[in-house]
Design a protein around this ligand. Structure first.
Ligand SMILES: [Zn+2]
Length: 497
């Protein structure tokens, strides 16, 4: 039987410790919590580093690092305390817990706004029973997804682990705006953990309880939504969009999204374009990605416009990034509950509007790995490898002495240290046959192998082998650092060497 792609990836991930269940030595540990091993961590860090360069620093945005635990009032203001719920239903017979919306399935078009009584009606009408034991289901309840904790010893101070990273950004906006000498539009970014008490975590790192996000909130003057600098750079860029009510994805130029009023203004078309470009650069093929227009029924009540950035995998379309026009909802409510004036003064006084670009790191990593998975048979030999872009591979190259003896070990170590001094992500390995070392780095997606052999000591050259083609070329050692840097950022390709 042919193994499913998601299963092949899971096997590989466990075999090479890319990601694996947290606290796994305890057989009864919680589901929905995952650890990353050395290669998973390296890939994750490189995704975040690419995001920081392309979407934060390039745009002149600032990055903060806020606390993961925040006081209850923050979530009164944000609406999470009242509205961040999933419909929970319990089986009367086996007592297992389920999400009522997942049990009912997609055909009923259930949204965050569906009243809780509606779930009971639908369960009854459609004779839905417990998927585990076929028992009768109890009444649907609202279940808040936030994880709470007591702060200090009084038992009176309630805190919550943030369910999304954006709240820190709203809380810190006023200080950042006033102290960083920035004008609107001002982007504030943050990467870090957030926590959701998912009722039924599933699909490995796709639906989890401890999540890493990369989030950007762009604060802007709503009257200047069409005064976006640099819009000309992307005006002819073709975005792949699935419009509400349509069955197929179409390509629409950024400027046409604006002129046809599909988006609220140039600012939105600009950041959607930047985001698509970013993911294309990380190696997601164009035909596998789209922005799905989030309909009014499905959107959060405060969102004026929403676009889910989705990628097609063996498990269907996976949402990687939520893009939302949050209007002045967040600052207005924090201002109300905290009694702090959060208006800015630029010509007039107003509360800035917010465009949100909220990306999941774990999902991005999963999708990039699954799309990079290759299995091929050459000369009756089976080979499994990850065709990851050099931009996000755990390392750009492995440095290998052919053998440890006769000075090759020292020579290879010298080259490795020199590349490290240039801050290049490289990896040193001397264990096992050279064939085995190649197979190992192929599996974890390292695009190049640099082999130091007997000729290297004589003529100062080295063999470079490419992962995908397994082709080899001979190159001088003295250009190595520059060449590897060019390969790692996509300024040159192996073919051009
Ligand atoms: Zn049951």
């Amino acid at each position: 039987m042919v193994q499913k792609k998601s299963e092949v990836l899971m096997d590989l991930s466990l075999r090479r410790s890319i990601f694996f269940p947290s606290a796994e030595i305890y057989g009864d540990s919680f589901s929905g919590f995952w650890d990353y091993g050395a290669y998973g961590t390296a890939i994750k860090n490189r995704i975040i580093e690419s995001w920081r360069k392309d979407l934060v620093e390039k745009e002149g945005f600032v990055e903060i690092d806020g606390c993961q635990i925040l006081p209850e009032k923050v979530f009164v203001a944000s609406g999470h305390l009242n509205n961040f719920n999933d419909p929970l239903v319990q089986c009367n017979k086996c007592h297992s817990l389920h999400r009522a919306d997942s049990l009912l399935g997609k055909e009923f078009e259930l949204t965050e706004g569906t009243p809780i009584e509606r779930f009971d009606e639908l369960i009854k009408e459609n004779k839905v029973v417990c998927p585990k034991c076929k028992g009768i289901l109890g009444k649907t309840k609202k279940f808040n997804l936030m994880m709470g904790t007591d702060i200090g010893g009084t038992g009176k101070l309630k805190g919550y682990l943030r369910p999304e990273t954006c709240q820190n950004i709203f809380l810190d906006f006023d200080r950042i705006y006033k102290t960083m000498r920035k004008n609107l539009p001002l982007g504030i970014a943050q990467t870090g953990k957030c926590f959701r008490n998912e009722i039924a975590p599933r699909n490995s790192i796709l639906r989890i309880r401890e999540i890493t996000q990369m989030e950007i909130e762009v604060f802007f003057n709503p009257n200047k939504i069409n005064e976006t600098e640099n819009f000309e750079e992307i005006e002819n860029f073709k975005l792949r969009v699935l419009l509400e009510g349509k069955k197929s994805t179409e390509e629409i130029k950024a400027k046409d999204l604006v002129s046809k009023k599909i988006v609220s203004g140039k600012l939105i078309a600009y950041y959607l374009s930047r985001l698509q470009l970013f993911y294309e650069n990380l190696g997601i093929p164009r035909d596998k990605l789209r922005f799905r227009e989030v309909g009014k029924e499905e959107r959060a009540f405060y969102a004026k416009e929403g676009w889910d950035f989705e990628v097609e995998t063996s498990l269907g379309w996976i949402e990687l990034v939520a893009n939302n026009y949050r209007t002045d909802y967040d600052l207005k409510n924090h201002s109300k509950v905290s009694s702090k004036n959060l208006k800015v003064k630029e010509e007039t006084e107003f509360i800035p509007h917010v465009w949100e670009i909220s990306a999941g790191v774990d999902r991005t990593l999963y999708v990039l790995l699954e799309l990079a998975l290759r299995e091929e048979t050459k000369k009756e030999e089976k080979r499994l490898f990850l065709s990851l872009s050099p931009k996000i591979a755990p390392f750009v190259a492995g440095v290998f002495p052919l053998v440890k003896k006769e000075g090759l070990g020292e020579k290879a170590k010298e080259i490795f240290n020199e590349l490290l001094a240039h801050k290049l992500p490289v990896f040193f390995d001397v264990k096992g046959s050279i064939g085995k070392r190649y197979a190992r780095i192929d599996e974890i997606g390292i695009p190049f192998a640099l082999t130091v052999d007997f000729d290297s000591v004589k003529d100062e050259t080295i063999t470079i082998r490419e992962r995908d083609s397994t082709e080899q070329k001979r190159i001088p050692i003295k250009n190595l650092a520059e060449l590897l840097w060019k390969l790692s950022v996509g300024k040159t390709t192996f073919k051009e060497l």
